[in-house]
Design a protein around this ligand. Structure first.
Ligand code: ADP
Ligand code: MG
Length: 321
């Protein structure tokens, strides 16, 4: 198969987005918009961001697009388009690369996204770079810098599951309860787009997606907003069978496991009920896990566990207070 027939094989027969003027097949794609345009790019390199041992080509594509859609969700944007630049190495057949695109297509269908362009080249290792484009009502993009003292801190879903799934895939020495659930959370995560775009009626909400773990994401919000965030350890949501893992793993994974692609955010007290209603209407698990207060000397994140307050840094815990 040559490049031309490869592009033909990944090309959509029809497009879903009404704002698209020109998709694949010209020098560039064209769409029009009266909304604010939100865009992000992420690159996945074999051996660094994914491995054939723990993921099929289909899952690799699915997960790569999911990570990008999660960034759009964290901005409150509705997913619309994606472009894929792929570097194909000799160790991959075009059939397998097509499978990667099928994985992306599967998730794109669910989110009404169109593949509108990309680039195809050969190189020494497989790498996939995905650019996503989302749309949001003018002035309604959600940021990290808008948290205010008095806000509630919330998170969607459960944390640590994706890391647990990776553990199950790589640790062949034990068997686990409900392993398919955890493995799926790693291989085919579900970004929170529906929930994120449903928040449109709330005028101020701070969002960040959980790609590295809430230890990291909470610090990003605290820094960007110049506030202190305090979390209650016992409220951090984990799934039912999470306690089968060693306690030290549980503790590490729920704060630093990452790749759950849930949303961490803050909202004013007066908007909590509206937020809870939206979560309920969209079938989204929502948990209040802490509060925002004024930054003391510097923006920071604390965890309260067994009546002890510990500072939670981006890379782990530090000195006890
Ligand atoms: P050009 O030489 O103008 O860059 P290409 O031959 O690279 O054109 O691409 C032809 C068309 O196919 C363009 O619309 C381009 O966006 C699309 N395309 C190429 N590679 C990919 C890919 N990996 N994914 C999606 N679209 C692609
Ligand atoms: Mg090109």
């Amino acid at each position: 198969m040559d490049e031309f027939s490869f592009i033909n094989s990944i090309k959509q027969i029809s497009y879903k987005q009404p704002s698209l003027v020109k998709g694949i097949g010209d020098d560039a794609a064209v769409f029009r918009s009266e909304k604010d345009i939100v865009t992000a790019v992420d690159t996945f390199v074999e051996g660094i961001h994914f491995s054939r041992e723990t993921m099929s080509p289909f899952q690799t594509g699915y997960r790569a697009l999911a990570a990008n859609i999660s960034d759009l969700a964290a901005m409150g944007a509705r997913p619309a388009f994606y472009l894929v630049s792929v570097v194909i190495s000799k160790t991959w057949t075009l059939k397998e690369v097509e499978e990667i695109f099928s994985g992306m297509k599967e998730l794109a269908r669910y989110d009404h996204m169109d593949l509108i362009g990309g680039d195809t080249v050969s190189g020494s290792e497989l790498s996939i770079s995905i650019t996503v484009i989302g749309l949001v009502e003018k002035g309604m993009a959600r940021f990290r810098h808008t948290a205010q003292p008095g806000d509630h801190v919330f998170v969607t879903g459960t944390l640590g599951d994706a890391r647990a799934g990776l553990h199950i895939l790589t640790d062949k020495t034990s068997s686990y309860i409900n392993s398919s659930y955890f493995v799926k959370r790693h291989q085919m995560p579900s970004p929170r787009s529906t929930f994120a775009v449903s928040l449109a009626g709330i005028d101020r909400i701070t969002l960040n997606d959980v790609s590295d773990g809430i230890g990291n994401e909470a610090n990003e919000i605290a820094e960007a907003s110049d506030v202190t965030i305090t979390l209650y350890d016992e409220t951090i949501p984990v799934s039912d069978d999470f306690q089968q893992f060693p306690p030290s793993f549980q503790q590490e994974w729920k704060y630093f496991g990452g790749e759950d692609f849930e949303l961490l955010g803050t909202v004013a007290e007066e908007n909590w009920d509206a937020l809870a209603r939206i979560a309920n209407d969209t079938g989204t698990q929502l948990t209040k896990i802490g509060f925002v207060s004024e930054a003391e000397k510097e923006p920071s994140v604390y965890v309260i566990k067994d009546n002890r307050k510990t500072r939670l840094d981006k890379n782990g815990y530090t000195h006890l207070k």
